[in-house]
Design a protein around this ligand. Structure first.
Ligand SMILES: [Zn+2]
Length: 242
């Protein structure tokens, strides 16, 4: 039995696409209003025009989705709202954007509106497109990743021990387990601060923890650590490994 069709118009970013059958395409969008949505694009393999550019990566499209209550929506209309042509021609920017889109795809639950993630991802793509990010791609990616985790409920607890709740003394070294979700006090970690177990779980300088906790991720050490934590958290929560 088919439910009654409803149509919704929303802005969308393309997170992924696979060919389906002889002529169709199934796309995954992150939409502004509906969250992550899978949609069937009839004829999408044969005519790109028909999809109004919504099948092209990196740009923002305004899409009309028809929903009949099933798992997949159907793309009815699409037009390009914001092309990002410069981004498509810049390899470093493209790789950075591709990573951010894959993270969003694995972190965002289906059909759960995540307007902040949509806004942050759009801003990151804008910065990469404008060239404003040149040389700072990893820093912007790390900031996006840390905020992404927070928006989907996987943010690292860096203010207090995740087991006993004891506050972390600011500016002092701390033991952090990105896989377990944040800071561990010495007692709960079961090992001394002088015995780190590697970047994903181990002793971290207080200044680094403070920087990442406040999203002021700038230095190479802060960027590298934040990226490691984001990847570790995505692996722990979503089973996603790059
Ligand atoms: Zn503790």
């Amino acid at each position: 039995m088919r439910g009654r069709a409803t149509e919704r118009e929303t802005l969308a970013l393309l997170l992924g696409r696979v060919d389906y059958g002889e002529s169709d395409v199934i796309v995954t969008f992150l939409t502004e209003e509906l969250g992550k949505v899978g949609a069937l694009v009839r004829g999408g393999r044969k005519s790109r025009r028909r999809a109004g550019g919504a099948l092209e990566p990196m740009q923002t499209a305004r899409v009309t989705l028809e929903d009949r209550g099933g798992e997949l929506s159907t793309l009815r209309e699409a037009r390009v709202e914001r092309p990002r042509v410069a981004l498509l021609g810049n390899l470093t920017a493209l790789e950075t954007a591709g990573t951010a889109l894959r993270w969003a795809r694995h972190a965002c639950p289906p059909r759960m509106p995540e307007p902040e993630v949509f806004a942050e991802l759009s801003l990151l793509l804008d910065d990469l497109d404008a060239g404003a990010a040149a040389g700072r791609e990893d820093a912007l990616l790390a900031r996006f990743g840390v905020r992404l985790l927070e928006h989907v409920g996987w943010g690292l607890e860096l203010g207090q021990c995740i087991v006993c709740g004891k506050p972390r003394p600011p500016a002092r070294a701390a033991i952090v387990s990105a896989a377990r979700g944040g800071v561990l006090c010495v007692g709960c970690a079961g090992h001394a601060i002088g015995a780190p177990k590697g970047a994903a779980e181990g002793a971290v300088r207080g200044a680094l923890v403070d920087a990442i906790a406040s999203h002021a991720i700038e230095s190479p050490a802060e960027v590298a650590l934040a990226l490691t934590w984001v990847r570790t958290a995505l692996a722990a929560h979503a089973g996603y490994e790059e």
